[in-house]
Design a protein around this ligand. Structure first.
Ligand code: F6R
Length: 588
């Protein structure tokens, strides 16, 4: 989604903003812009493309001044054009703003402001913010101007405004906004990665906070204008983990980090897992909610908690939660799973469950995220920042925590802790087959449709494999429960289709082989992912045999991630930043 950054201090602002925007580019972008304040004037430059290209084209890095704001846009309202890129500035050019989120009442506000003579230059919802600010700025009182403006806005938003006098002001309502405190100034950003290179001292603004940074330093108010105190927190991530290291892309680096993650899974969280288990055991029903890849983990969580821990569970994809609230009550627990902890659909589900009185547990990678803050208790993924837009290592970290929880709930009869080390080795063995997987990717390069089949706990991995292939290679891919093939999808199978079957040697194996033969007679090419060869497969991606089959999801997802990665490369797609996707989906 959009990234916003602001800085006021002693240093030259433009190079800092360009660098910060690059750090946050992983969140998604289609256009970029910067506004600086110099000698009482607002100077804005913006364009379509990535940060490096726009910075070079418009010389963003050498814009003058010590106060400024910057933005990478991920279009929601209005096409990808230079006019729609942020920052937006008003008619008098005394204020510029950058915005993340959606202003729901922008049509009414635009009509009203146009009636007052304001001239709009873009099709965005965001531009109303700057015209509103301008209309309340007659007395040049930034605090009052911002409060009045926020009173008029509905929706989920965070914005930062730069004023002609060199002050900056940020406001948040259901979208994150964080202040980074440096020696001689402040950053204000939608993501700690926007300033983590310069400071680990962060102030997380609360919902409906306004922060003003002027020559008298930083002041924070609530929407009613009362001064509030917000503590400074030290954030932990190592900046070095944002490097690609020896890898060509973040995605590949993150895929290769997974064996080490499996090995150390759950160590830091061990006490908190106990607390989690007590809450889960005492709930009437556990509702598990998440989006995208995290939802695939939720499906496996349901399987493990119901089958091994005998806990009554339901999974509800977050965007559907509001329509499916019937059974949720104050004796239920909502377990939400999210890498970013900022996914709007997940946060919306949590708010709905909280209103009903359910307890909120979450599994999240970013301990300072909105989701972690809204939860009664949360477990950290501890997998470090995930930069590649497609989720890879965060899924593995989520799965490991889910296995650790299920294991604890069934008196360690699953044996996750004792098997971890072998699973880490098995993961490494799978990743060692990178060259073979690359060869398969070049054979699938022209594929029009790829179907992925699995049963039981392998079905969510079939869904995940399909999602990865779609996201990274733009090839149509679909995960199907293998047993459902004969109820319709078989009609789609012909000699031009490719079918990947997740088929480790467990109790799903024989039935899958029957499905494979049905597919083979229709001429499709079959790729087996299994520890047991079979002549039904045209190609085999070999899984190592492991001691307990229940852990196969942790390792069988890896060849699918690598396959999707190489499909992106053979199709000349940047696997770190595929089109139309954003790392944190902060709009509904
Ligand atoms: C898939 C992907 C997305 C996310 C989804 C949820 O590769 O990255 O589908 O999984 O947007 O994001 P989080 O886990 O941050 O809530």
């Amino acid at each position: 989604m959009c990234s916003i950054i602001g800085y006021k201090g002693q240093l030259s602002v433009a190079p800092l903003l360009v660098d910060s925007l690059k750090q946050m580019e992983y969140r998604g972008y289609d256009s970029v812009g910067i506004a600086v304040i110099n000698n009482g004037k607002v100077i804005t430059k913006k364009g379509v493309g990535n940060v490096s290209d726009v910075a070079e084209k418009f010389d963003l890095g050498i814009m003058p001044g010590h106060t400024g704001i910057g933005h990478t846009r991920w279009a929601t309202h209005g096409r990808v054009t230079e006019e729609n890129a942020h920052p937006h500035y008003g008619c008098t050019n005394s204020i510029a703003i950058v915005h993340n989120g959606v202003i729901e009442n922008h049509h009414e506000l635009r009509d009203e402001l146009m009636g007052l003579g304001h001239i709009f230059k873009s099709d965005t919802d965001s531009e109303v913010i700057v015209h509103l600010l301008e209309s309340y700025y007659a007395k040049k009182d930034i605090k009052k101007t911002t409060i009045e403006t926020c009173r008029r806005l509905t929706g989920a938003y965070a914005f930062v405004a730069a004023f002609e006098d060199g002050s900056i002001c940020g406001s948040r309502c259901d979208q994150p906004l964080i202040i980074g405190s440096v020696d001689r100034g402040y950053f204000i950003s939608s993501d700690v990665l926007g300033f983590l290179k310069y400071t680990d001292k962060a102030i997380f603004l609360h919902n409906r906070d306004i922060a003003i940074i002027d020559s008298n330093a930083l002041q924070i108010f609530d929407f009613e204008g009362n001064a509030v105190n917000r503590e400074t927190t030290q954030v932990a991530w190592e900046v070095s983990s944002l490097d690609k290291g020896k890898y060509a892309f973040h995605t590949l680096k993150e895929i290769h980090e997974q064996p080490a993650l499996v090995k150390k899974a759950g160590i830091k969280n061990s006490n908190k897992i106990g607390e989690f288990c007590n809450i889960l055991k005492n709930s009437r029903t556990v509702y598990i909610t998440a989006s995208g890849t995290s939802y695939h983990c939720a499906l496996i969580a349901k399987y493990l908690l119901s089958n091994f821990a005998k806990i009554h569970c339901e999974t509800i994809v977050s965007s559907e939660f509001q329509y499916t609230l019937d059974g949720v009550d104050n004796s239920s627990v909502l377990l939400s799973i999210s890498q970013s902890g900022e996914t709007a659909d997940v946060l919306e589900a949590v708010r709905a469950a909280k209103r009903i009185g359910s307890k909120i547990l979450s599994i999240v990678n970013i301990p300072t995220s909105s989701l972690a803050r809204m939860s009664d208790s949360f477990l950290e993924l501890e997998c470090g920042p995930e930069v590649g837009v497609a989720a890879t290592k965060s899924l593995t970290a989520q799965l490991c925590l889910i296995y650790a929880i299920a294991d604890r709930l069934c008196d360690y009869s699953l044996g996750f802790q004792t098997n971890k080390i072998f699973l880490a080795e098995a993961s490494r063995e799978v990743l060692d087959q990178e060259t073979e997987i690359q060869t398969i990717a070049s054979k699938l390069r022209q594929a029009r449709d790829i179907y992925l089949l699995g049963r039981s706990v392998h079905y969510p991995i079939a869904l995940e494999g399909a999602l990865k292939i779609k996201e990274l290679s733009y090839i149509h891919a679909e995960g199907i429960v293998a047993g459902e093939l004969k109820h319709g999808p078989l009609a789609l199978i012909d000699k031009n289709t490719y079918v990947i079957i997740l088929n480790p040697d467990d109790r799903t194996h024989c039935d899958n082989i029957v499905s494979a033969r049905e597919i083979k007679t229709r001429g499709a090419t079959i790729i087996g992912i299994s520890n047991k060869p079979d002549d039904a497969y045209d190609m085999l991606l070999k899984l190592p045999s492991i001691k307990k089959n229940i852990f196969y999801p942790i390792i069988e997802v890896l060849p699918l991630q690598i396959l999707a990665y190489y499909l992106a490369l053979v199709k000349n797609i940047d696997p770190d930043y595929p089109r139309s996707l954003a790392k944190s989906v902060t709009v509904k």
